[in-house]
Write a protein that binds this ligand. Structure first.
Ligand code: FDA
Length: 309
């Protein structure tokens, strides 16, 4: 990305995170309505049934599936509980439908902002609900200020329940060490990282970041982890294919719903393992901002979607 694009990305991510802006969007029905049209490109809908319906369609086309109930930074106890109940209901629906999906979520949606032990206890409730099925629980990675807490809750849970995975961000310089610390084979998703981080902790979008990303994937595969290569970056994906990493391992490509569906379909038709990550829920605002921020041309698409909605 050019310097201007990087500045746009940083500016949009920080404006999006301002609570007064979020409140303004939520409390202005007209604005909320038109933005929600733009969000529909990336989000299955507000409700569990919307996530299930989009997931069933994708599964029917041969994709593996992740489903996320969106939300983060929940301080209110009742809202943390509501999020955990929703995730349990999602696991229940997937079981009923016989769909072997991966259920993704932020720990800060289910209690981390109150205390790591609360998030752990809800995580264990989800593990009980998912035990004995091929439904995986998958923890997303959040801002660097939360990384230690997230890894600590994850490690505690993974020691007692194997059907759980963790997301690691290539953009954080610490991730090489965090990956090395995962000694037994686990489920690991590698992403570039969606958050705006201080320069001294992170690597900006660049060929250097792509190199780091590939280095992490290679190490993770060598360590015997089940790796999700979660990116839309064709440079990375082509390098992965050239090196034959998808054939000789349990690795797969994972892409977000509505982003580069052409690429996902091309890979899938060529016989590569592809998983699509479907988010649903009413907390679509930040998610939409991230998807526009990380690829500025999406702004034009969003305007077209808003006008045509
Ligand atoms: P990058 O942003 O460099 O984009 C490379 C190319 O991909 C672009 O040039 C463009 O062609 C295409 N592209 C990327 N984004 C696009 C978009 N929005 N629209 C259209 N084209 C686009 N992050 C995080 O911090 N914590 C997490 O837990 C997760 N979880 C997660 C799960 C899954 C399955 C995925 C795919 C991604 C995440 N992310 C995430 C988001 C991730 O960190 C990152 O922000 C996005 O994947 C975009 O980065 P890329 O790797 O695609 O590369």
């Amino acid at each position: 990305p050019s310097e201007l694009e990087q500045q746009f990305t940083a500016a949009l991510k920080s404006i999006a995170r301002r609570m007064d802006v979020k409140d303004y969007v939520e409390q202005t029905p007209q604005l909320n309505r038109i933005l929600s049209h733009a969000a529909k490109r990336y989000v299955a809908g507000d409700h569990l049934q919307d996530g299930m319906a989009a997931g069933k369609k994708l599964a029917g086309r041969g994709y593996s599936l992740s489903i996320e109930y969106m939300g983060e930074n929940t301080f209110d106890l009742a809202e943390c509980e509501q999020a955990a109940i929703e995730l349990k209901a999602l696991i229940h629906e997937l079981k009923l439908a016989g769909m072997p999906a991966r259920v993704s979520f932020d720990l800060s949606h289910i209690g981390l902002m109150v205390s790591p032990s609360l998030a752990y206890s809800y995580l264990m409730d989800l593990a009980v609900q998912a035990a004995g099925t091929d439904i995986e629980l998958f923890i997303s990675m959040e801002e660097s200020g939360k990384t230690d807490d997230i890894l600590s809750v994850y490690n505690q849970a993974a020691a007692v329940y194997s059907g759980i995975g963790i997301t690691l961000q290539a953009q954080l310089t610490r991730t090489l060490e965090d990956l090395a610390a995962v000694t037994s084979p686990r489920r690991i998703r590698i992403v570039k990282g969606a958050y705006q981080e201080p320069d001294h902790l992170s690597i900006a979008r660049s060929p250097e970041l792509n190199q780091r990303y590939l280095q992490l994937v290679e190490i993770a595969i060598q360590q015997g982890h089940q790796v999700s290569i979660a990116t839309h970056d064709e440079v990375i994906i082509n390098a992965v294919l050239e090196r034959g990493w998808l054939q000789d391992s349990q690795a797969e490509i994972e892409m977000l719903y509505g982003i580069r569906p052409d690429l996902a379909s091309r890979l899938q038709r060529a016989g590569q393992p592809v998983r699509i990550y479907v988010p649903y829920g009413h907390e679509w605002y930040l998610y939409l901002c991230h998807r526009i921020a990380e690829y500025p041309p999406n702004l034009y698409q969003a305007v077209i979607d808003m006008v045509s909605g």
